[in-house]
Design a binder for this molecule. Structure first.
Ligand SMILES: NC(=O)c1ccc[n+]([C@@H]2O[C@H](COP(=O)([O-])OP(=O)(O)OC[C@H]3O[C@@H](n4cnc5c(N)ncnc54)[C@H](OP(=O)(O)O)[C@@H]3O)[C@@H](O)[C@H]2O)c1
Length: 404
């Protein structure tokens, strides 16, 4: 077994093909890998891989909009030329293959279609894509990855092959899996994919001893976080972060979609005027407990903020609730107390740590992760699939928590 060293990317701006940090140009993406995905040998020709990257590029146009469905793009090629393209814009709308077939019209007959996820084989809100492809007369289907749902995996490919269509699967598979890591996690574990993002100084502080934290990182790093928000279904903070930072948690113009802003507060001892209560910018839900501050619940509801009671109010329950809402990717942008709870309860799978070359000191200044109950270094959670990149003068370390 080969143990990979962390990958270093030295660039002025993050160029990542994951939904979490969306690159605008497929040609500048890097091959990525996560702990679920062994490094694949290159499958298909260079042309196949280039067209599959085009599918991923198209799929990214719907970042943050498709849950509980995946991000999918499709490209139809005939005689070496693209004759049709499409992507899945949101749940309930036709799938990417259908848009590409409409775009290609009669030119689809005898053509090859590329799609980053195995065509569906079941009647959902839309008819099966496998049958639409058979009907359209395509002769070859190039697939990025098979459907992760163990109950249907391979069914779409089997239907195509039974109809005499040639199928090539696994082209750019690592990138295809990365783009849909939230969707895959949701299907396999019945929970949204949790991402913990934090920004800290070189001496490991996320705020000063007084709680002041704007800004730890530089402008490019903050823009990267705004893109990350646009790619996620929800972003979560705790009551202390609302009291200390009064955040907006929006995409600040870095995407087409604002995540649902989620506040976890047991006591509802929160400011009456907070940026998060302005529901005209983006929706907010406050998750709290049954007995907490009834007057404040009424005030929030009058402002158009949703209030939901969960008993007990824990990260685990919150993820179960967000799963029921159909979410794939959830961003934890909280401080250390809540982050430690979220990690301990399995609500975090991926970590993005921004590190600024600043020293603030302060023995009581908060750190990114509170008490996990560990007493020896051998208990430390060692991230897997680690990548390190420069973000201007700051640094971003990304990795996956080991599965417990
Ligand atoms: N640099 C960064 O990346 C970054 C990001 C976020 C925050 N911060 C800083 O971090 C500090 C706040 O961190 P924090 O960890 O104290 O606050 P936090 O992220 O707001 O989390 C703690 C709060 O979450 C609420 N909560 C609800 N259910 C909980 C549960 N089951 N377990 C734990 N908490 C639960 C409680 O709110 P109630 O008290 O209202 O009940 C609790 O006070 C601030 O100084 C802020 O500026 C920095």
């Amino acid at each position: 077994m080969c143990v990979l060293a962390p990958k270093f990317i030295w660039i002025g701006q993050i160029m990542d093909n994951s939904p979490l940090v969306a690159a605008q140009d497929a040609s500048i993406t890097e091959n990525q890998n996560n702990s679920d995905t062994p490094i694949q040998p290159s499958i298909g020709t260079e042309f196949d891989r280039k067209i599959m990257q085009r599918c991923l590029h198209l799929a990214r146009r719907a970042l943050g909009c498709t849950s509980p469905n995946p991000l999918v793009g499709a490209v139809i090629v005939k005689d070496g030329e693209i004759v049709g393209e499409g992507f899945h814009p949101r749940a309930g709308e036709p799938h990417a293959e259908v848009f590409a077939l409409r775009n290609a019209g009669a030119r689809a007959r005898g053509a090859t279609i590329y799609v980053n996820l195995e065509p569906c084989n079941h009647h959902g809100r839309t008819p099966p894509c496998s049958q639409a492809l058979v009907k359209a007369g395509v002769t070859k289907v190039v697939v990025g990855m098979v459907d992760p749902n163990p109950l249907v995996a391979g069914g779409g490919i089997a239907t195509l092959q039974a109809a005499g269509i040639e199928v090539l699967a696994g082209v750019e598979e690592a990138d295809c899996r990365l783009l849909n890591e939230g969707f895959i996690h949701r299907i396999l574990y019945h929970q949204p994919f949790g991402i913990l993002k934090y920004a800290m100084t070189l001496d490991g502080k996320i705020a000063t001893s007084s709680g002041h934290s704007t800004w730890v990182t530089n402008y490019i790093a903050r823009q990267t976080v705004h893109r990350l928000r646009a790619a996620c279904d929800a972003v979560i903070v705790g009551g202390n972060t609302v009291r200390q930072d009064n955040p907006y948690l929006t995409n600040h113009g870095q995407g087409n979609h604002h995540p649902l802003r989620v506040v976890m507060s047991r006591h509802l001892d929160l400011p009456t005027n907070a940026n998060l209560w302005d529901a005209s910018i983006a929706p907010t839900v406050v998750l709290t407990e049954v007995d907490a501050n009834p007057e404040f619940k009424t005030l929030l509801r009058h402002k158009g903020v949703e209030v939901v009671e969960l008993n007990p109010l824990t990260p685990e329950q919150v993820m179960a609730y967000l799963y029921e809402r159909g979410f794939c990717s959830v961003l934890w942008e909280c401080g250390g107390i809540l982050a430690a709870n979220a990690i301990a309860q399995g609500a975090v799978q991926k970590v993005l740590a921004f590190i600024a070359p600043k020293i603030i000191g302060g023995s009581n200044a908060p750190t990114p992760v509170g008490d996990l109950g560990f007493t020896t270094m051998s208990e430390a959670l060692s991230l897997e699939g680690v990548e390190i990149c420069a973000v201007g003068s700051d640094c971003l370390i990304t990795g996956y928590l080991p599965k417990s």
